[in-house]
Design a protein around this ligand. Sequence first.
Ligand code: ATP
Ligand code: ZN
Length: 299
Amino acid sequence: MDKHTRLKLAVQKSGRLTDPSLDLLTRCGLKLSRGKDQLMGFGENMPLDVLFVRDDDIPDLVQEDVCDLGLIGLNVLEEKRLELAARGTRARFETVRTLDFGHCRLSLAVPAEQSYDGVRSLHGRRIATTYPFLLGRFLEQRGVAAEIVTLSGAVEIAPRLGRADLICDLVSTGSTLQANHLREVETVFESHAVLIRTPVELPAEKRDWVERLLLRVEGVEQVKESKYIMLHAPRSALAAIRRLLPGSESPTVIALDGFPDRVAVHAVCRENVFWETLEALKGAGASAMLVLPIEKMLA
Ligand code: ATP
Ligand code: ZN
């Protein structure tokens, strides 16, 4: 197959999104062989190749049609969109799917010993960030005139170096902030990974594979939280048990040979099944409960 029929997908080369991105592709059935340069991954069983790049380059690669698809943090994507808009250009990437990884938030943090008195108190303060456009929009929407100090990295040490009064940076657990004696005070933007594509019309063969990949991504995302639950129950408790099964539409009810008053119930739960749920089910009369992970799902 020539390059016009092989899809190109951009993935972060090495960073927080790399492992979960490759994990998603593996779950979608992709077998990748990586070349010596490690810049390109060749899809052995799908007409799809992976380009390994810095995450910041992914929106541009899709925008400029070098890649058909990309896996990227919404934070980087939105920053890019605002930056393009500021230059009078419209972003041309389309978000096709939100993904359940790369969860983080862009937050304002002040030196731990400093008091914080709401967004208004940021007037005239210097805020260090690598996301000047997202921060700029946040401040503008709240009518706050602060000075944005745009850095290319090491934002968390800017206050100690006297370059800024506070920072606006990505946080997930907050441990990095704590290590730098900073206190999170405001969420500017909530983020997670997304799958983006070029808005350009693709040739039929590529289009089919984008559709197939999307269905598989859909399936992978669905099974993550889903469980298959099996249990025995008195017929009289069926209604109560149905109500307790989290996110299950229509359980299968099976007769139990020799036990006219009891049935087996099998159901797909679209949410995690916790111990509390099992205990409640037991309380309602269920027994012999089994909870199984689901490997694949296709509607
Ligand atoms: P690159 O070399 O590719 O430019 P980077 O240093 O910009 O890497 P990483 O720190 O690997 O990027 O983060 C990539 C993305 O992971 C972020 O843009 C964000 O979407 C997501 N992310 C999730 N949790 C965090 C976190 N705690 N801190 C930073 N980014 C996070
Ligand atoms: Zn980056």
